[in-house]
Design a protein around this ligand. Sequence first.
Ligand SMILES: [Zn+2]
Length: 291
Amino acid sequence: MSSITACEICKTPLNIWQLDSENELDLCPSCNHVERDMKRCPSGARRHPWGGVGAFDRFRLALTWRSQARALQKRNVDPKDLLEIGFGAGILLERHLTEGRNVQGSEAEMLERPVGDDLLQRIVHHKVCAEDLSLAPESIDLFYGVHVIEHLLDPCKVFATAAKSLRPNGVIHFVTPAGDSLGLKFFGTAWWNLEDPTHIRFFSPDSLKLALSKAGFDRIEIRRPWWDSLGVESASLLRRLGLGNNSEHGALGNSFGRVLLLMMMPLFFVLRTFVPKLRPSLEVVAQKRIV
Ligand SMILES: [Zn+2]
């Protein structure tokens, strides 16, 4: 069934994707972009946007750091000035500071994660949503965000801001849930990425590539990282069993859920290895098009 709204990326009329009798998403038949209206797809979401585990976050951010460093090296970019949108607790920004880089970050503090005063004194902190950033043109070399663009009200505006603020050859790097992950098809409403009430879209490789190309980027490389959100499948199974639905911090908000997740994780890790499309995230690196 078609809905009246058009895809925010390619403007094709969206189809309704009925997950169950109470939940439906909008799916673009052209670019596979997925949009979510919380009123039509509540999916037993937790009440607070934060539903992770601090130790898991540090592990995946260490691997995100490694992946970003490799991408920069491959493209021969050594960023002097950089900006992270939605920097959370600032773990990656700290590492960039130790490399002697000039660091900026935007954080609307939705997750209420603790950020040290010491860090805030050493960075340029934009206390605004990414859509409201005002940056000097051609002033930075790296613009990135880890699990942020799925929350934005207007991601295309943010991509345009990124393109304008980057120097020639400047790089963007984003990690975001994959709307075409087999996990969403398999777990349906229990897919852990639907537990976050502020996840309002899921990019596909096609929609991400199109949005970035329109904003002025090329050399767009998209991968499905094995290392991101390692607990998604286990947490989705816990949600399917009814654990944590509609609670404050979701399936991983209690220690029982975390122990079960650790026990199941190796099984899903093996599945991810053999079925890459099960991986729940997309990682994109691209460079500002030189005109
Ligand atoms: Zn589309």
